[in-house]
Design a protein around this ligand. Sequence first.
Ligand SMILES: Nc1ncnc2c1ncn2[C@@H]1O[C@H](COP(=O)(O)OP(=O)(O)OP(=O)(O)O)[C@@H](O)[C@H]1O
Ligand SMILES: [Mg+2]
Length: 298
Amino acid sequence: MARLTITQSFREIEKLDFRILSVIEILMAKHEFVPLEEIARFMKYSEKRIENRLGRLKRMKLIFIAQRHYLGAALTFIGYDALALKALVEKGILAQIGPEIGAGKESNIYLGMDDDQIEFIIKFHRLGKLDFRATRKSRAFIAEKRHLSPLYESRLSAEREFKVLKDLYEANTSVPKPIAQNRHLVVMEIVKGQDLYRMKRNDFENEEEIASLFHNIIEEIKKVVSQGYIHGDLSEYNIRLNESDYPVLIDWPQFISTSDSQAEEILIRDCQNVINYFEKKFTVKTHYDISEIVKMMD
Ligand SMILES: Nc1ncnc2c1ncn2[C@@H]1O[C@H](COP(=O)(O)OP(=O)(O)OP(=O)(O)O)[C@@H](O)[C@H]1O
Ligand SMILES: [Mg+2]
């Protein structure tokens, strides 16, 4: 459903619509709802002309409109998606999008394709809920707590994820190769294979295979720590096995630094999640002593 919204409206969005969307984006740094008057002034168009267009953008669910002491507009997530997707298209990174292959608490995962039919993953970060009908915040409140704007938070989350993927990938850690980032979107390589949580005991030939997978995961965690990072949400849900059954660590926006005051606690929790999973699901004793990894941080 979300895919249809993205692709359908994307084709109908005209050049002027896009220009208005980007002006609203710029002016949202100052306003929760950007006054029609300011959009018109910024673009040197009559208010009447902009107002007509705003109605159209609202019907396409690209913006919210609020009528308070003035008529104002704000981007929806779909409007923000449109701006980010357009930027990726213009950079020659993206040619086609869809289908959606997964949705988490704070993201939607889509397949994308470039001009050479190479497929990749587009991760849409979505932090917080945009529901302007329910909010009645003053402008001062928004100005002070700009970081609480869901679009802004989502962009920060994508930037964080892209940066850590880049660092880790360059250091030969097993993470998806990052390709690009724009606003709240991260484009990365597809890890063909499957999520660890879907693996069954019978998918392995023998206990050695299970032990070797566990060993490889620990080796990857060590590489991450040696780069000064801790995943922070590591579990069978954020580990994929590639086509050679080698583990790939995914889903990074909540990573922390090994210099964080909670580093030890969080690293132990990450490792313990993996150990518990192997012991419960595959009924193998890992005999692993986490202090080996924890000591790396000294
Ligand atoms: N690079 C990738 N290649 C293949 N599949 C992926 C890739 N990235 C994500 N996926 C699939 O999409 C799912 C969700 O991705 P990810 O874990 O990054 O976000 P999330 O779980 O939605 O985030 P959150 O933890 O906020 O819910 C993964 O479990 C995996 O099945
Ligand atoms: Mg996840």
